[in-house]
Ligand binder design. Structure first.
Ligand SMILES: [Zn+2]
Length: 477
């Protein structure tokens, strides 16, 4: 059975046919690095990771890009409030993001992690192409806006009716985020205002035959169109993001890329991750049910990332995952059972040989993943097979070859879903574990300055170590 993916634009599940099977391209909107990433966004990054891993397991050579938004309204506001420059501010949050991505096992699959500020020249070029094509204009406030009325089909992704669109000077928005009913011309390039401080670039644009230097900074939406085309080409196979990005962000990406490059569709398959719920309700800071990965590791320890990953892998990305601590701990226990089964099977496994039962389980696992990434069913096939193996193991009737086949199946599931096999929910990278061990050794020989230096190095990576009578306790910042 071929892989089928649900595309939000055509609102249909369609067989996956890449534009060029020799180079499959996947783009996921990454974080705006200005604060902690909440578990709803983390679950999206895990889903993107699982998709890429499954495509590769299925034989597709994938190039996977996830951007880092390091210039944006909220970044400028918060860096200024803290009195630090933009680069220092975003570097700190970026390091924490990358440490979390690594802990969740979702970093290695990414080929490129471009920062928006590294692509400002490309943004100026793309904005120029939009100006030349009549899709953009320089307004009296000095900013350059996208002319929404110039793009046929604007609003289609979110099902916004074109007649409700407002265009021109009366309906311009400079802010990066706005509501669905405020459809309007959006900012591609924002003229410098005093609040921007030293965050600005000074590209020159040709406007109406004249050369104009426009001191300012890019809007958020143009960043993704430019980074995706720079690294993946003008049309891409799969684009992922949270459902909150569907409008206006993804609609604006379509409008920018298709108008600038004259090629459609910009994206073959739009995958949108449904919002995560907490205790059956919407996650919000005011309800105090707003969790970050750091909150979970502080409460349950660093190995809980394995449980969180399992919880996401066993849900479906188009259905709201209802997050509860009970569900998290249940997922942690189930994941641990799989790791223990892997170890147990290893003690009796012999040379691998064809196993009809394992082959059938592998086929059911693959069929579930091919069906728009049905992780729960895929894991169900795995558990059913392992249950039978466990019973045979207890009865002393499990053939060494069947144990090897079951382990191979578990390894396959690990490659695709990330089950943390061979480690009890690592949480830390190999380098971080080495730093923690080196610090324990430094403390043992009472080399306090070395211990402090290693603690600072870990802190730079978002890992906190606390000294207790029982030794070091590690958690994420
Ligand atoms: Zn984006």
């Amino acid at each position: 059975m071929p892989l089928v993916l649900y595309d939000s634009l055509t609102r249909a599940a369609r067989p996956f046919v890449p534009r060029d099977p020799r180079r499959v391209t996947v783009y996921a909107c990454g974080p705006t690095v200005y604060s902690h990433v909440h578990i709803g966004n983390w679950s999206m990054f895990v889903v993107a990771d699982v998709l890429v891993r499954w495509l590769r397991e299925s034989g597709y050579p994938v190039t996977y890009v996830q951007n880092i938004t390091d210039v944006e309204d909220k970044i400028i506001r918060d860096a200024r409030a803290e009195g630090v420059d933009r680069a220092t501010f975003t570097a700190r949050w970026e390091a924490r993001y990358l440490a979390g991505l690594e802990a969740l096992g979702a970093r290695a699959a990414i080929d490129h992690l471009p920062r928006a500020t590294e692509h400002v020249d490309g943004m100026a070029r793309m904005i120029q192409a939009l100006l030349d094509g009549g899709h953009a204009y320089l307004a009296e406030d000095g900013s350059i806006y996208y002319r929404v009325a110039s793009f046929e089909g604007y609003g289609r992704l979110a099902g916004v009716r074109p007649e409700s669109l407002k265009a021109g000077a009366s309906g311009r928005v400079r802010a990066d985020e706005y509501e669905k009913d405020a459809v309007a011309d959006f900012a591609l390039w924002k003229a410098w205002v005093p609040e921007d401080g030293d965050v600005y670039w000074e590209p020159a644009f040709r406007v109406g035959g004249a050369r104009r230097v426009v001191k300012g900074r890019p809007g958020w939406h143009i960043e993704c169109s430019v980074m995706s085309s720079a690294l993946l080409g003008e049309q891409i196979d799969v684009h992922l993001g949270g459902e909150d990005l569907l409008f206006p962000h993804h609609q604006n990406e379509i409008a920018q890329s298709e108008a600038a490059f004259g090629k459609a569709p910009f994206v073959g398959y739009w995958l949108h991750h449904k919002h995560l719920l907490v205790d059956g309700g919407k996650m919000s800071k005011s309800k105090k049910n707003f969790y970050t990965l750091e909150d979970l590791t502080a409460r349950f320890g660093p190995s809980i990332v394995a449980g969180f990953r399992y919880l996401v892998a066993s849900s479906h990305y188009r259905q709201s995952l209802n997050f509860t601590f009970e569900a998290l701990e249940g997922a942690q226990a189930t994941g641990r059972n799989l790791r223990e089964a892997y170890e147990r099977l290893g003690r009796v496994a012999g040379d691998a040989a064809p196993s009809a039962a394992a082959d059938e389980a592998a086929a059911r696992f693959a069929a579930a993943m091919d069906d728009d990434l049905q992780g729960a069913q895929a894991l169900g096939a795995l558990h059913t097979h392992l249950g039978a193996c466990n019973r045979a193991l207890r009865d002393g009737t499990l053939a060494p070859a069947d144990a090897a086949a079951a382990r191979a199946l578990l390894e396959r599931a690990d490659r695709v879903l990330g089950l943390f096999l061979g480690a009890e929910g690592r949480g830390l990278t190999a380098e971080q574990r080495a730093l923690v061990a080196a610090r324990a050794a430094a403390r043992a020989r009472r080399d306090w300055s070395e211990a402090d230096r290693l603690r600072d190095r870990l802190a730079e990576q978002g890992v906190a170590v606390k000294d207790t009578p029982e030794g070091q306790v590690v958690s994420f910042l």
